[in-house]
Design a protein around this ligand. Sequence first.
Ligand code: ADP
Length: 265
Amino acid sequence: MATMLEVSGLYHRYGGGDGAHLAVNDLTFTVETGELACIVGPSGCGKSTMLRCISGLIKPSGGEVSLHGDRVDGVPEDLAVVFQDYSRSLFPWLTVRQNVEFPLRWSNIGKAERRSRAEEALEWVNLPGVGNKYPWQLSGGMQQRVSIARALARRPALLLMDEPFASVDAQTRFELEDLLRKVQSANGSTVLLVTHDIDESVYLGDRVLVLSKSPATVVADLTVDLPAERDQIKTRESAEFVSMRAEVARLLNGGVKETADAVKD
Ligand code: ADP
């Protein structure tokens, strides 16, 4: 497998002088092409900061990020991000189809191709036939599916997901988790998903990277030894799942790294 994302010695410090705050400390990991990797870490440990550095939205204080071998220096064109808050990421004055097509306007894809890609992506997320509706006419779960379709329509080399299912109810969350695994495996997409939910990281991931408390550093990189086909009831009841979530919980509790720069929240 070729490496899609390489994060090497990444650190980021907000501010300077006495007010400096080290948010991310010496993160090193890779994500292979076609993999669904989950990063789990406690709230405030630096997950969003890490994602901002990976997506080129902020320049890290140190270290390097490379996407398919190219150093990230600014927002890469072939990267898409799905955020937690779908209500603020979709444009309410555009229809669902126009929302999904929106980022394609900046590529050199013709109008007919944009439309067919949008329809195709809406089918991938089980939303055929809603293209003419407005986002606010859909449930929260459906709106988040539109956000996922919008990201996939660009056929990104890497899909970053920042707590994408944290704002929906438990049943919808299960449905979206299963949908993501299905779409990811059907398209061979490379996904890096950040969550603070231990169960979600194990259920979804081919791999789970466990982060320490602030400042974030990788304390473990675990391969998820569960069958590719997962089931919300059977998988979560299985001995492998139960033992892995216990291991991740143990690592999260014991994975505190004290450094001279750490600022206690
Ligand atoms: P997470 O996503 O894991 O909750 P964040 O990356 O949002 O963590 O934040 C990590 C730490 O960096 C927190 O202590 C937060 O208060 C701090 N932080 C985040 N953004 C900024 C900023 N723009 N300026 C200063 N400190 C920040």
